[in-house]
Design a protein around this ligand. Structure first.
Ligand code: SAM
Length: 416
């Protein structure tokens, strides 16, 4: 099969733009690997949920593990009879119907991209076998960070430094220690660092920065000089919901706490694009639109969708299943940007909804957005980017949350 320019672009940049629709397919592994010189992400570790038993049985990919026969029985008993939707559910359903045509067009254009479909299974599997992913012995940062031991925890940062002239290619390792919690750690060198903590190794990209704290200390992120504010602010809150509770994946926060995030103080006075991931719950949507976004100074948000597909291109679940939509929503809006008075500005205004498609990784892990949004980000280039409630790091990003090193564990990486 002939390789299209779009497929070449996917291999080079991690993005395949789909003709005839406002949609693009992303390869998160390719996009995230750009932050590293000596390492890259292992596809089969990123997409490990794609290889679980649930996938083989045709369930939504990795969203749930295959239920035990007992649970199936209990589930069947609890199945409500089909009933009329209540008033709030009707609004949610109307919202879904509005998005449906766009989502179907996007998915149809993916299914028509034959070269992409042929490429996908190999992209997800990668060349190497998944390393021994020992998630059971991973550090639980949010538990550690809230324990009495937190102030005593130190990470040893190791940097590879080239030897002087005459010894081409050889390196020596420089080490320094840093308090791990409640302190901003920046990797300013030109190369990634390796962080040692409690017998595990973490890969820290060059030009990345992180602060591992509880939300109580989030104001420590505010830059001393407001001109050092951020141009892209991505927020993926730990919304309270049954699925997270059931999986005990991470602690959640009451919605109202988010009103206290210092979003305006983090934004560049010359303009910032804010991206907020939300769930499909209608009550949450109302809170976000009526209270949260206005309190952060965000007006008229545009909605994007993340449509989740399997490695054969099919959706991870039925598009119309009320409580388990195979897509998530993100709201995007500007802070400190006047839409009327911006002729000749160095970025494009967001106009219409778009669909981003990818094969999902671990539970709740979102695809990286900087490249696909780059033309919409105001301010100087390269933009200063921050993620609130992050679980990974990136070059040019500040990552904050109670476990921003979660996906930096060396088990997700291989040396190039
Ligand atoms: N964007 C992430 C990704 O793509 O992997 C997922 C973020 S997840 C939805 C929310 C994160 O917020 C979790 O890592 C959770 O531990 C963290 N979190 C929960 N409560 C917190 C708190 N009180 N302070 C700081 N972070 C918190």
């Amino acid at each position: 099969m002939e390789v299209s320019d779009e497929l070449r672009s996917l291999e080079a940049t991690g993005i395949y733009r789909l003709a005839g629709s406002l949609a693009a397919f992303l390869d998160p592994v390719r996009l995230l690997s750009e932050s590293y010189r000596r390492f890259r992400l292992i596809p089969s570790a990123y997409y490990s949920r794609s290889f679980g038993p649930s996938n083989q049985e045709g369930h939504a990919q990795g969203e749930r593990t295959a239920p035990s026969p007992d649970r199936k029985k209990r589930k069947r008993k609890r199945q409500p009879r089909s009933r009329e939707l209540n008033a709030v559910e009707q609004i949610a359903e109307a919202r879904h119907q509005e998005a449906r045509a766009l989502l179907i067009t996007a998915h149809k254009s993916l299914l028509e991209a034959k070269d992409l479909l042929e490429f996908l299974p190999g992209m997800v599997k990668g060349d190497e076998c998944m390393q021994d992913v020992q998630t059971s012995s991973e550090n639980n940062f949010f538990e550690l960070g809230s324990s009495w031991r937190a102030p005593l925890c130190e990470m040893t940062l190791c940097f590879q430094k080239p030897h002087g002239q005459g010894e081409k290619g050889s390196c020596h390792v420089q080490r320094r220690s840093s308090t791990l919690f409640n302190k901003i750690i920046s990797i300013e060198e030109n190369d990634e660092a390796e962080g040692e903590f409690q017998n595990r190794l973490y890969i820290l990209p060059k030009g990345s920065c992180f602060l591992m704290t509880d939300v109580k200390h989030v104001r420590d992120l505010i830059p001393d000089n407001s001109n050092d504010g951020y141009n892209l602010i991505v927020i993926d809150p730990p919304w309270e919901n049954g699925c997270v509770r059931q999986k005990e994946a991470y602690p959640t926060l009451p919605n109202r706490y988010l009103l206290y995030l210092p979003v305006q103080e983090l934004a560049d006075p010359a303009g910032a694009l804010l991206v907020l991931w939300i769930t499909n719950r209608e009550k949450l949507r109302r809170f976000v639109e009526d209270e949260l976004l206005p309190s952060w100074g965000v007006k008229d948000p545009t909605e994007f969708y993340w449509l989740k597909v399997k490695s054969d291109g099919s959706l991870i679940g039925d598009l119309d299943l009320f409580h388990h939509r195979p897509y998530e929503c993100l709201l995007l809006g500007y802070i400190n940007v006047n839409r009327e008075a911006e002729p000749g500005s160095n970025f494009k205004f967001l106009q219409a909804s778009q669909v981003i498609m990818s094969v999902p990784g671990a539970h709740s892990r979102k695809p990286p957005l900087q490249r696909i949004l780059s033309e919409f980000i105001p301010g100087s280039k390269p933009p200063r980017c921050i993620e609130l409630f992050a679980r990974e790091l990136g070059s040019g990003w500040t990552s904050w949350g109670n476990e921003p090193l979660h996906f930096q564990d060396s088990m997700y990486f291989t040396e190039k």
